[in-house]
Design a protein around this ligand. Structure first.
Ligand SMILES: *Cc1c(COP(=O)(O)O)cnc(C)c1O
Length: 340
């Protein structure tokens, strides 16, 4: 790949092979020391549990170039801890937090020539994953595992300012009440492809999943968490054991409270009571925040602030978090981790 040919401002969210990835193997009950490799393929048994029984988990985080040229990661320890929780849920060995963070730094450093410049809005996206491999045929935990991190530069999510998009509620569920919704495991995403496709075919950006037990409460917006701003300026986000705990969401809860002086609540968000919110958004690593223009439910479109303009509170939340991630705003202690 020729770096000179990359137009940083025009990158999308697309795969690109970079120079190095990190790999560590787990055999006989322990992880090896791990290393950087140049190839972007894996050779695994045809019978690997990851391929048949979905014994796999993944993470997503970004590295940011600051104004003074430094490179920093945003809360990588939180991704490491979430991966451990996912591993516990599907019987995979934990990859230690310090080693996870260290491996993220190694991968970014080794691919520094792909690191987008400050001001382009582009970032380096890291994809850590952990899979069950080795020979196996019964439904049981795999005998061996691979932990791997690869990375690639990705474009600014909003190329011409933040534009709200519309969503539609789905009749399908992404997770069962006491299933694996809170774990970032592959199976949850295979099941979301069809409802996503239906939403797109109806002219929406993605679907909104309601709580699987009663279908009365908002749970997730596609593969992002939901938040709403009430008419009296409270930051509200749903709470449920089947929601994937978004690091962006917890960061926004903190920012709303400590930086913007707002009241915050984690509680049920009833779909029949969405007019309690004057603004709403979807949050996650990829977009930081996607403003929600409106939500279609039972054939009626409910519009929040506007279908074309981002609301003022959503904009402030976005600017603060984006500022912290790129080093222009001081973050809480430990949120940014320098790559050196
Ligand atoms: C990854 C993910 C999110 C966002 O999590 P972040 O840590 O903020 O990137 C939200 N919902 C689902 C279903 C996810 O998989």
């Amino acid at each position: 790949m020729q770096i000179e040919n990359i137009d940083w401002g025009k990158l999308g969210f697309n795969y690109m092979k970079t120079d190095f990835s990190y790999i560590s193997y787990y055999k006989d009950g322990q992880w090896d020391e791990g290393k950087l490799i140049e190839e972007n393929t894996l050779t695994i048994s045809q019978s690997a549990a990851a391929l048949h029984y979905g014994q796999q988990t993944f993470e997503g985080l970004k590295a940011y170039r600051t104004k003074n040229g430094d490179i920093q990661l945003f809360r990588p320890d939180e991704n490491a801890k979430r991966m451990i929780k996912s591993c516990n849920r599907i019987m995979m060995p934990e990859f230690p937090v310090e080693r996870f963070v260290d491996a993220c730094k190694k991968v970014v450093k080794a691919n520094e020539r792909f690191m987008p410049p400050y001001g382009s809005g582009a970032t380096m996206y890291l994809r850590p994953f952990l899979i069950g491999v080795g020979d196996n045929i019964g439904v049981k935990p795999a005998p061996e595992y691979i932990f791997c991190i690869f990375c690639m530069p990705v474009g600014p999510y909003f190329k011409g300012g933040m534009t709200p998009v519309n969503f539609i509620t789905s009749e399908y569920d992404r997770a069962a009440p006491y299933g694996t919704g809170a774990a970032k495991v592959g199976g949850n995403y295979a099941g979301s492809l069809y409802p996503h496709e239906l939403a797109v075919k109806s002219g929406f950006a993605d679907c909104i999943y309601l709580d699987p037990a009663t279908h009365t409460k908002i749970e997730e917006v596609g593969a992002a968490n939901f938040f709403g701003i009430t008419k009296d300026d409270k930051f509200v986000t749903p709470i449920s054991p089947s929601i994937l705990p978004s690091i962006t969401k917890y960061s926004l809860l903190h920012i709303a409270k400590e930086y913007l002086g707002m009241e915050v609540e984690e509680r049920d968000c009833l779909i029949d009571n969405i007019d309690e919110f004057k603004e709403a958004g979807a949050c996650g690593t990829a977009a930081v925040i996607t403003p929600i223009g409106g939500i279609s439910h039972n054939g009626k479109l409910h519009v929040f602030h506007s279908e074309t303009e981002v609301g003022p509170v959503t904009k402030k939340l976005y600017d603060t978090l984006y500022g912290i991630q790129f080093g222009d705003v001081d973050g809480p202690e430990g949120w940014v981790v320098k790559v050196d």
